[in-house]
Design a protein around this ligand. Structure first.
Ligand SMILES: [Zn+2]
Length: 216
């Protein structure tokens, strides 16, 4: 495997562990331990940890190494309020410029999420499917500034949301909401796509707050 490819594979593996809660908020990101666990040398792990720090997903303290960032309820509320607007914008811009190929891709992603509903929840896979749908939508917007901002916000939004993906009800609602966004994009209804995408993010925010209240 080339160095770059290995680097991406390691980064994807670490991100998956963070997103599904195996490396929860505040967990130490020990380069030697993670390298041993993944069966790779330390260098790609070190690079990945630096990338996570640069993206605000991990925080680094001198002499103490890096830890997965902790997200307070207030951080999360801020992130969701911004995403509500920006996810709406991404869906609106995607609706304006999507082609047949893009629509097929979105439909396939929602179908994959729906197919996964019949299986036992797997937070890493389910959060990954959700991220893929949102990644496709922001790419289809063709707005690089928007896509980059959303990508950073999204991972922060997922940081403390791992628990939600273990709930069947949340998974079903997320697929319904994605279907509604897709229908508006397919219909070429810019306003409806914006509304459906904003409503989806707002609804996740509410479910997340309820889940945290239940846990607290
Ligand atoms: Zn979603």
């Amino acid at each position: 495997m080339s160095g770059e490819l290995l680097g991406d594979t390691v980064h994807t593996a670490l991100l998956a562990r963070i997103l599904d809660g195996r490396l929860g908020p505040g967990t130490s990101l020990s380069v030697p331990a993670l390298a041993a666990e993944l069966g790779v040398s330390r260098s790609p792990v070190r690079d990945s940890v630096q990338r996570l720090v640069a993206e605000g997903i991990a925080v680094s303290t001198p002499h103490a190494g890096a830890r997965v960032a902790t997200v307070t309820a207030e951080d999360l509320s801020e992130v969701f309020r911004v995403r509500e607007v920006l996810d709406g914008l991404a869906a609106a811009e995607a609706t304006e410029r999507v082609d047949r190929e893009g629509l097929t891709r979105l439909a396939e992603l929602v179908d994959a999420e729906e197919a996964a509903l019949a299986e036992t929840p797997e937070p890493a896979r389910d959060a990954g499917l959700d991220l893929e749908f949102h990644a496709a939508m922001r790419e289809l917007s063709g707005n690089a500034t928007l896509a980059d901002t959303l990508r950073r916000l999204e991972v922060r939004a997922h940081l403390s949301g791992a628990g939600l993906w273990a709930e069947q009800r949340h998974r079903e609602l997320a697929v319904d909401e994605h279907r509604r966004i897709l229908a508006a994009v397919e219909a070429g209804d810019v306003a409806a796509a914006r509304l459906a995408a904003s409503a989806h993010v707002a609804a996740i925010g509410v479910r997340l707050r309820r889940a945290q209240l239940t846990l607290a």
